[in-house]
Design a protein around this ligand. Structure first.
Ligand code: 5GP
Length: 125
């Protein structure tokens, strides 16, 4: 699956335009095209390097995984609407609702968020 080009490769290469919030050598953050809250930013590693999804992470991905989480704090510094709080979500796999096979963090905020997040409720006690 790693060879498969995703929409995020096209955003990284500039082939598809995105509203970029932050980038450095290792990662890129941009606004989600279909926001689920007033602020909805996606943060991705520039090199997928096997990280099609979080559950595929290996030892050699640890540095970039830490970098992504640390970068969230930089994004919060840049985006005032996130300063009162936010949520970081990683959807993994089919049941997690993942649709793009390139690891990404959703950074969601800009309003009071509700909890818990989506479940069909079929197994709720
Ligand atoms: P997932 O469902 O895999 O957790 O999240 C994928 C996210 O990518 C979705 O929230 C979707 O709206 C976003 N997305 C898909 N295609 C594009 C695009 O072309 N541009 C941007 N900015 N976001 C996209």
């Amino acid at each position: 699956m790693d060879a498969e080009v995703t929409i995020f490769d096209k955003i990284i290469s500039g082939q598809i335009k995105a509203n970029i919030v932050y980038q450095d050598d290792l990662c890129l953050a941009f606004h989600d095209v279909n926001p689920q809250a007033p602020v909805h930013i996606l943060l991705i590693p520039k090199q997928r390097n096997g990280l099609t999804q979080l559950s595929k992470a290996q030892e050699h991905n640890k540095e970039v995984l830490g970098h992504l989480l640390f970068t969230v704090t930089k994004i919060v510094e840049l985006v005032d609407e996130l300063k009162k709080g936010f949520r970081v979500v990683i959807n993994d796999g089919e049941n997690g609702g993942q649709s793009v096979w390139h690891l990404h963090l959703h950074i969601i905020g800009g309003e009071q968020l509700t909890w818990p997040p989506g479940s069909s409720g079929s197994s709720k006690k």
